[in-house]
Design a protein around this ligand. Sequence first.
Ligand SMILES: Nc1nc2c(c(=O)[nH]1)N[C@H]1C(S)=C(S)[C@@H](COP(=O)(O)OP(=O)(O)OC[C@H]3O[C@@H](n4cnc5c(=O)[nH]c(N)nc54)[C@H](O)[C@@H]3O)O[C@H]1N2
Ligand SMILES: Nc1nc2c(c(=O)[nH]1)N[C@H]1C(S)=C(S)[C@@H](COP(=O)(O)OP(=O)(O)OC[C@H]3O[C@@H](n4cnc5c(=O)[nH]c(N)nc54)[C@H](O)[C@@H]3O)O[C@H]1N2
Ligand code: SF4
Ligand SMILES: [Mo]
Length: 736
Amino acid sequence: MTASRIVNRQCQLCEAHCGVRVHVDGDAVTRIEGDPEDVMSKGYICPKGTTLWDLHRDPERLRRPLVRVGDGFEEASWADALSLAGERMRAIQRDHGRDALGLYAGNPTAHSSSALAVEVLARLLRSRNRFSAASVDQFPQYVAAHEMFGDTTLMPVADIDRTDLLVVIGANPAVSNGSITTMPDARGRLKAIRARGGQVVVVDPRRTETARLADQHVAVRPGGDPALLLGVLHVLFRDGAVDTRDLPVTGLYEVERLAGPWTPERAAGASGVDATVMVELAHALGGAERACVYGRIGVCHQPTGTVTHWLINVLNVVTGNLDRPGGAMFASPPVDLAAVLRLLWGKSSLGTSPSRVRGRRDVHGELPVVAMPEEVLTDGPGRLRGLITVAGNPALSSPESSRVEEALRHLDLMISVDMYVTETTRHADIILPPVSHLERDDLDIVFPYFSVRNNLRWSPKVFEPPADSLTDWSIILRLAAELPGGAVGGAVRPALRAISGVVPDTLVTSALVATGPQGPLRRGRNGITAAAARRARGGLDLGALEPRLPGILRTRDRRVQLAPPTLLEAAGTLADHAPEDTGDYDLQLIGRRHLRSNNSWLHNIESMVKGRDRCTVMLHPDDAAARGLVDGDHVVVSSRVGTIELPLEVSEDMRPGVVSIPHGWGHDVKDVGWSTAAATPGVNVNLLTEAGLVDGLSGNAALNATWVRVEPVRDLPVSDGADGASTTSGTVPATT
Ligand SMILES: Nc1nc2c(c(=O)[nH]1)N[C@H]1C(S)=C(S)[C@@H](COP(=O)(O)OP(=O)(O)OC[C@H]3O[C@@H](n4cnc5c(=O)[nH]c(N)nc54)[C@H](O)[C@@H]3O)O[C@H]1N2
Ligand SMILES: Nc1nc2c(c(=O)[nH]1)N[C@H]1C(S)=C(S)[C@@H](COP(=O)(O)OP(=O)(O)OC[C@H]3O[C@@H](n4cnc5c(=O)[nH]c(N)nc54)[C@H](O)[C@@H]3O)O[C@H]1N2
Ligand code: SF4
Ligand SMILES: [Mo]
């Protein structure tokens, strides 16, 4: 008879990190449910949480290293795969210099201690070609934080549980469950605002799932947010409603001057929002006891991403809502990530190591991923020839996928740390798969930095990992130990080899907690320890967020910089009218997320993809009618750089002139190793987005700034794109 047991841990598929109870019978999971005792999620989970067992037992999840042999892969031992990786990495750096070998870290690296290991790997790689998913994500928030608070990591979070007015700009937490604000059960938390008499306003070109829960939906024009925010600021200054309380700030006068000409009437043109809406929003923000403006990915993916996030922070400051309960706050995490990063990287910086080909600016040593293809495809000394990818799928997640594919094909060496043969890793020479989520112990030290309550949670493994397996932590440190790494490398290589073999990541993260701001080293017997988090059912609740200013500021004068010159200058060039369409391309493309999908990588799980096709293009009824299209039609969507074909979903939720397509789809390409995903309909929207469109100040991809056209299809066969990368399914536009 086999014993049944329940293991409480976190789901780490998205930033919410919900607590789950995993029911186990022998070596099988019989059920996964929300953990009511979890201090953050209190029993909530979304449908994705139940896939942890499906991922674990997916026969297509890799268990052994793969090494390329001819056109295919063969299994290899860890010793052979790692020593081959070492040999080839060293050869590239020896023959072509350090920058010839690069690194791309994907989104899931933030969800385990691989985040720390990746920092070590990058340090020993010593290459300026360091990329990650952050530059198709939060680079604008990094830059705004650096300019205003003195450190890229100082991104405020929304104190959603105590606010009276939440203004959500370019985020859909009812689906995403929050990001750079860890808020499991965002839907419940949003409802609670209204239940306690508060108000929720959503600014989004689509009436989203979040907008449906709100008191008011403001259907802004894509990219119209800075004008809208300036219009609101104008009213606050005009009405004398600005009150920064006792916050240490500089630059208030410059902000007032900037907002001066932006009357709501003028801002209406560029934002596509009525002047009265801006006036009302200003009155609501000025009048609320506790209010918070929260912006996220929708505005990061615009050429004005950094300007918008700066103006969001400014609005929180001038309404007295920065660093106060119910406003935009900074957590008090058990591990000060910023301090750890400063130890590894030195102080927060911008533009210290620009890119070779186009001189693109780095953000704390990391280049925007839009630079990756051009660094591979442009000849010259220092050309990028080898790439290590860790937990990333840039072939689907980066803009202008055809160029990304071309670059990946062009590499002399590619090493991927991933558990699937994906659209990206199919190009690798060596694939190194980590254990499954259920086979690892975790102590989350990243998301407490961005959580709506201070907390520390431990996740025990559910199953013993197989004897011949490695965690991400060990794999990445072993790769690092293979690098020459200069003088530093010489000194730390033996230690790294030892650590990666015998010291689990949780020992290191526990030590960081012990030596952290609330650990026993500083707080004595009352100090917080990993062991206490491990013992506590549901983890440690360390209380509501508390004011942190000015102590945590890293600006030179220890004040919040409201008017950094580069931002003022960029804001000075904002257009005061709506962008013109280009004739050929007359619709603006924006993104969309779904509760059952997580970026590109849960589509091999049957329960996540069954049912109706979710990779559709949404269009307003008037726009559909103008093109003679009806719901369910197959249509061709084209941009300046690509064409895809997919079903049309006619929806009143869309702002006219705007279309929405989700990302992370399009698995039907040659040689991928996830057959359920490959058999699921869906196309890659990033075949349409352009690498040339970026947020000027951060280099983040401006994925939502793409203009497209939507047409009916006529049935004519077309050839597949090179390498099967094209995701059109055999038809071409009716009109050309
Ligand atoms: N279910 C699910 N959850 C996820 C993920 C997932 O793929 N699926 N991904 C995770 C990741 S990596 C992240 S970063 C987070 C992201 O979390 P969110 O930031 O909440 O992301 P989205 O749901 O994409 O919401 C962005 C919103 O911006 C809107 N938008 C587009 N352009 C504009 C614009 O110009 N102005 C304004 N005001 N709005 C605009 C879009 O219509 C969309 O509703 O979600 C995380 N959680
Ligand atoms: N058009 C458009 N494009 C977008 C976005 C958008 O809104 N619109 N959103 C962007 C955003 S916010 C993000 S964050 C990026 C995401 O971009 P990426 O991080 O590049 O891609 P993911 O789809 O998250 O792929 C994650 C990969 O990691 C692997 N993986 C999962 N867990 C683990 C693990 O624990 N260890 C290891 N070693 N591997 C693991 C999976 O198999 C998968 O291959 O996409 C971006 N791209
Ligand atoms: S919201 Fe869903 S995917 Fe995200 S952590 Fe919670 S259960 Fe997992
Ligand atoms: Mo993301």
